[in-house]
Design a protein around this ligand. Structure first.
Ligand SMILES: CC(C)(COP(=O)(O)OP(=O)(O)OC[C@H]1O[C@@H](n2cnc3c(N)ncnc32)[C@H](O)[C@@H]1OP(=O)(O)O)[C@@H](O)C(=O)NCCC(=O)NCCS
Length: 143
């Protein structure tokens, strides 16, 4: 989900936090480690013909990368989302984001598709976007 690639600019973030405050059940979560806010994660429901599907996303402050926090967070989100009735979870990630791809794989998501030249990177070059999915009943297989 492109909106999770990096923390939003202040105005967008404030809008998201304001709307998130009123969501029931909650869709956006702070990631806290030993009392410190280290990142955020969310489950955004799709609607209409895509009801029962949710888009998952996550980000961490740079100083907290590489400690398994995103993987642990995503596993909790998956359990929670399936328990609350979603049948399918989805995430998109731009191909050079190897860490995020690994996080999805370790949480049991499968790569289901590639959108070629879909994503514009900060330096203006484009790259492919990969679509990952996990469906209830896939099992707990993780890599
Ligand atoms: C992507 C992100 C959430 C990963 O969080 P994290 O807590 O560091 O992830 P984890 O520690 O759980 O796992 C990272 C995995 O990627 C691997 N990895 C990290 N950088 C890598 C690289 N350059 N090449 C290969 N593997 C890499 C790690 O080795 C680890 O895999 P392993 O357990 O098999 O060794 C974090 O980097 C981040 O917030 N990035 C910015 C926002 C973002 O990209 N969000 C996702 C949008 S789709």
């Amino acid at each position: 989900m492109s909106g999770w690639s990096q923390p939003s600019p202040a105005e967008g973030a404030l809008r998201k936090v304001t709307s998130a405050s009123f969501q029931e059940p909650p869709q956006y979560f702070a990631i806290e480690v030993n009392g410190e806010l280290v990142g955020g994660a969310g489950i955004e429901p799709c609607e209409d013909t895509h009801r029962g599907v949710a888009i998952v996303g996550y980000w961490l402050g740079k100083g907290h990368w590489g400690r398994g926090i995103a993987t642990a967070t995503l596993k909790v989100l998956v359990t929670r989302a399936f328990e609350s009735g979603y049948r399918r979870l989805q995430a998109s990630v731009f191909e050079p984001n190897i860490a995020s791809i690994r996080v999805l794989e370790k949480a049991g998501f499968k790569c289901e598709g590639r959108l070629r030249a879909s994503y514009v990177q900060r330096d203006g070059t484009t790259c492919d976007e990969l679509i990952f999915g996990k469906v209830v009943g896939d099992g707990d297989e993780t890599q």
